[in-house]
Each structure stands twice: as C-alpha cells, then as structure tokens.
Design a protein around this ligand. Sequence first.
Ligand SMILES: C[S@@+](CC[C@H](N)C(=O)[O-])C[C@H]1O[C@@H](n2cnc3c(N)ncnc32)[C@H](O)[C@@H]1O
Length: 501
Amino acid sequence: MLPLLGPDTAAALRDGLRRNGYTPDGVRNLLGPAAHAALGRGEPEPAARASRDGGELGVLVRLLLLGAVEPDPAVAAALAPLAPADAAAAGLLRRVDTGWAAELDLRPYGEQGADWWVLSDLDARRQQRDHVTGVGAASLTLAAATVRRPAASLLDLGTGCGVQALHATRFAARVTGTDVAPRALAMARATFALNELDVELLAGPWLDPVHGRRFDRIVSNPPFVPGPPRVDYVYRDSGQGGDAALAALLPDLAAHLEPGGVAQLLGSWLHVAGEDWPDRVVSWLPPGVDAWVLQREVADPALHVGTWQRDAGLDLAAPATREQTGAWLDWLARERVQAVGFGHLVLRRTEGAPTVVLEDLSGDLEDPLGPEVEGWLDRVDWLRAHGGDAELLAARLAVAPTVLLETYAQPGADGWAEVGSAVARQDGPRWRHEVDGPAAALLAGCQGALPLGELFELLALAHDRPVGELVAASLPALRELVRHGVLVPVPFETAPFEAAP
Ligand SMILES: C[S@@+](CC[C@H](N)C(=O)[O-])C[C@H]1O[C@@H](n2cnc3c(N)ncnc32)[C@H](O)[C@@H]1O
C-alpha cells in the first residue's frame, strides 16, 4: 500500500505529533544523550528503557521509532485527534492482535531553526525492490554540502523520502522533486503534506520530467552504486552498468541550469586499470561549467560490494548473497575495475573560462562542506577575474585567520633539525600545503597591506634572486592557496583587523 496523507489526516497527525513533542529535541530530551546515541547506532534497547516513563511521547517513540506493538488505547491517546484506524487507512499503521504497529518509518528530523517529520519505509522492508530509504548517511552528507544561498528554483532529482527538498524549502522559493519510483513519490508527497510544504513532484527517470526547464540549483543523491546493469534496489542501482548513469547524467545537467546555476551530486566512478579516475570523470563534463569533484573515499572491489550488500541488510554468508556478490565481483573484474571512488560533484554553469578541479579529500569532516563549496565558487570567480599575472600581482591577499604554519623536525645529533613546513587550515576541509622557506616568508607578508607584487620585490631583495623567477615559480601555487582558502583576497574580509587597546 502506498502512503496517502490527505489534508485532514495530515493536519490531525501533525497535531498529535506536535502536542506530544515528537520533535528532534523532544525525542532527544526524553531518551537522554546515551540512549539517543545508541538508537542512532541501531541499538534500540536503551531507548526502549528510556521511553518507559515517557507517557504519550514514549508511546510514539516505541511505536514509530522502535518497531514496538502498542495497545489500542495508548495509540489512540498518543495520536489524537487522529484515530488509529485513520492512520492505518493512510498507510501509517497496521493492526496486529494486541494493538497497532507502524507500517512506515515516521521520524522527527531537523536542522538549526527547522523541525520536520520524514516518512520512509521501515528497515524491515529493506529488501523490497522499491524500498524507500529514510535519512541516511549519504542524505546527510549531501545536505551538509549543499549551497544554502537564496535561490529562485531548485530541483531535487531522485527525491525519495524528500529529505533534500525539505532542506531546500528553507532557501529556494520553488522546489521541484522528481523520482522514477511511484512509491518514493508517494512517500515524498506524504512527507511534504505532513510538513505543510508546497513542493512540486514529478514522475520519471533522470531529467525527463523537467525537459526544457532550468533551475538555479540542482541537488541529487542518485542511485550511484556501480555494479552490473540490473536493478535489485531502486534506491541504489541505476540499472546501467558501472558508472554509466553518472556519465550520461552529467553532460545533460548544464542545459537544466540557469546561468550561474549550481548542481551538486553525490556520485561514484570506477578506477579502471590503465586509466586515471580524473580523466574518466572529466570526460563526462559538459562544456561551460566550473567543476569541483571531491573524491572522499576509494574502496577496493571487495570492500565496495561488501559495503553495499551489508547496507541492503543481506547476510553476507548466506548462499544466495554469496552467489550475487560473486557475480558482482566478476562483473567488476571483467570491466578491469581496480577500485571504486565516491564523492561530491559540484557543477556551475559559467560564461567564463571554466575551472575544473578534481582532488581527493579523505577523512572525517568536522565542519559542513556547504560553506566551503560556497567559498570555492567565490574564490574561483575571483581567480577568474584575476586571471592574468598582472591582476594577481596587484591584489592584496591575507593568510586566512584559521591557518597555522606547521614545522616538522627530526631528532638529530644537535637536537631537533627542521625538515619541512606546511600551511594548514584548521577549519573546513583542513587543506594543507607544504611550503619552503621563501614561500613561508612570502606568506608571512600576506597581511592584506601590500600588493602581492611588492611582496615579491621584497622577497627577491632578501633572497638575492630575480623577482621574475620568483614570481614565475610561485604564482601557480599561490592560485592553489587562494582556491583552497588558505590565502584570502582582502575584499573578502568582513572587518579590518584592529589591535586591542
Ligand atoms: C539514494 S536515494 C536518495 C533519496 C533522497 N534524495 C536522499 O537524499 O536520501 C535515490 C533515489 O533516486 C531514485 N531513482 C532511482 N533511479 C532513478 C532514476 N532513473 N531517475 C530518477 N530517480 C531515480 C530512487 O527511487 C531513490 O528515491
């Protein structure tokens, strides 16, 4: 049965959930940090205990988050004014002998300043072909990386439960979600109805439903998992072999972006023997776009297949799973796949000479990537406007306030002997660049007071080297430092530095 929340049912459900404080904070406060964290790790028992004295909110937590069967009177009281039978008719609950059980996953979700509820399929339904996933790690990864500047229109391609669109309603005036799966569209429709949000929903594959339309932003967490050309799970498999779906989608994106519009996707690409992954991904890019591709993870074939089989809730030792895993590994071997990369793709339609950067960024990120993407796009614009050496040399740059100079030393006969140094941002992606002595001296002078060209002249004098030689050797690296936000053009600074009195 597909979920169907008419306006009256949605309003009654909203009232019941709100009245009981079924919100991210309400549930966290009821459970306490330890049980809440355990629930996030998929360990329900601490939350079950913590919810015992939780009254009607405890009933909702057990019913909707913990998969418990709750008695009819308790469910009726907790959901009121929505009657359990009406919730069942909407596809949310199912009657069982001793009471009611959830038929869908209905959980509070939010970000600073916004609370929502998200409807998705229960984990127990995970092995159905059209299973609709809830807010997972990949959803959060994309949401945290999304540019949040105001936009007139945004497309969420492959909206699923609607999570990216929820975030988008906060900064985009018009939001459109598409999906190929009727069940996903029904789920998204129910999520938006419950949250009283006006999101356009369209059915169809890839960009077909928005043929001829353009958007300021496109976000997509598509079925990106490379494998044989078949669909076992619609949330995961594109149906095209390997990374062919991404290869087909990227060229079409530019035509659906307004000038200056930005598309952000999660994606995976194959590392094929004898081929560099950046060359492979670059070959899919349409002309007229700036592109930033951040490879976050690289998995060998066994790790790749095992991760996604486990994610589907399969028992990896079961004979049927082993057979399927073997076929997947054989397919990757036939395609000469040595590893699978995963990461972010940012494309911006530009009228200027495009900047295309593909780089690795591994490890955990403490800060959300979104502000970094916004900064990257701004810095690329700035570098384009200062594309000639003369323009760059006339600019005033400052080392970003979050940058430290790290020096490395080895123990030696006379104590520590310095062997190298690097400038490293302590925020965002923690970009880090090795620097030699003259470069460190140049950066020390980058305080926004003198144009870069004058700093080079001082450096040439101090090191007795021709200024032209220093400039030629340093400008490419300096542009890289600007792109990574280690050096900041002074007009970007918000307030001049003032010494404390
Ligand atoms: C990984 S889920 C992402 C769901 C949600 N946007 C999120 O961020 O969690 C991928 C979604 O893409 C949809 N999908 C699969 N193949 C598609 C296609 N060819 N065209 C459009 N959507 C597709 C699936 O139904 C699913 O909802």
